[in-house]
Design a protein around this ligand. Structure first.
Ligand SMILES: N[C@@H](CCC(=O)N[C@@H](CS)C(=O)NCC(=O)O)C(=O)O
Length: 205
C-alpha cells in the first residue's frame, strides 16, 4: 500500500478535497500543515511548483490539487463506473472548481487592488451564477442526494467542501438550491465523513 503525505497551510483550502477523499475511503495519510508565516522561509523552495498543496506519494511530490485528488478518487473507487460517468464527475468537479478559483482570486490575489470591494461583488453577483450552474449540472447528472449517478463520488465531496465556504458568507445562501442541499446531507451523514468532520479543527480558511 502507498504512503501518502499531504502538505498545505493549516487550513482547509485546496487541500480539503483530498482530505475528504481519504476520510471517505478510510485511508490514513500524514497531514503536514504549517502556518503561513513559515511558507516563504521553510516550505516554498521545497515544493514542485512553488505552491501548495502537494501530495507526496511513495516519495514523489505531486502538485495540483485537482489532479492528485482525481488520482486518489480513482484509487478509492469514487470516480464513477464507466467512461461517461467519470466524464460527468469531472464536469461537476470543474464546475465547482470554477467557483473555488473565483473565490480565491477575489479574496487572496494581491493583484486585485481592492480585495474587499472585489469580495462584495463576488458575494452579490458572482456566487449566485456559480451556484445556479452547480445546481443545474447536478440536476442533469445526479439522482437525489448525489451529484452524479446514485453513489458517492469525489464530486460530491467537492460540492460539499466549497459550498461550506459559501455558507460562511451567508447561512441562507443555499436556500434556493435543493439539489446542492441534498448532496451536502449525503456527505455530512456518511459515517466516515461525519467522524472526520467532528474531529476536524476549526480553521480560518
Ligand atoms: N492549481 C493549483 C493552485 C495552487 C495554489 O494557488 N496554491 C496557493 C495556495 S491555495 C499557493 O501556493 N499560494 C502561495 C504562493 O503562491 O506563494 C492547485 O489546485 O493546487
Amino acid at each position: 500500500m502507498s504512503l501518502y503525505k499531504l502538505t498545505y497551510f493549516n487550513g482547509r483550502g485546496r487541500a480539503e478535497l483530498a482530505r475528504l477523499i481519504f476520510a471517505a475511503a478510510g485511508v490514513s495519510f500524514e497531514d503536514e500543515t504549517f502556518p503561513f508565516s513559515e511558507w516563504p522561509g521553510n516550505f516554498k523552495a521545497d515544493t514542485p511548483l512553488g505552491q501548495v498543496p502537494y501530495l507526496t506519494i511513495d516519495g514523489e511530490k505531486i502538485p495540483q490539487s485537482i489532479a492528485f485528488s482525481r488520482m486518489l478518487a480513482k484509487r478509492f473507487n469514487m470516480v464513477g463506473n464507466d467512461e461517461f460517468e467519470q466524464l460527468r464527475t469531472d464536469v461537476v468537479v470543474d464546475t465547482v472548481t470554477d467557483l473555488q478559483n473565483n473565490h480565491y482570486l477575489r479574496e487572496y490575489d494581491e493583484t486585485v487592488i481592492d480585495n474587499q470591494a472585489a469580495m462584495e461583488k463576488f458575494k452579490s453577483d458572482e456566487i449566485p451564477v456559480h451556484l445556479e450552474r452547480i445546481e443545474k449540472i447536478v440536476s442533469l447528472y445526479g439522482n437525489e442526494g448525489f451529484s452524479v449517478g446514485n453513489s458517492l463520488k469525489w464530486s460530491d465531496l467537492h460540492v460539499y467542501d466549497i459550498t461550506s465556504s459559501m455558507l460562511k458568507f451567508d447561512p441562507n445562501i443555499l436556500n434556493k438550491y435543493p439539489k446542492i442541499q441534498a448532496i451536502r446531507k449525503t456527505v455530512e451523514t456518511n459515517e466516515k465523513i461525519a467522524a472526520y468532520l467532528k474531529a476536524r479543527p476549526e480553521t480560518e480558511f
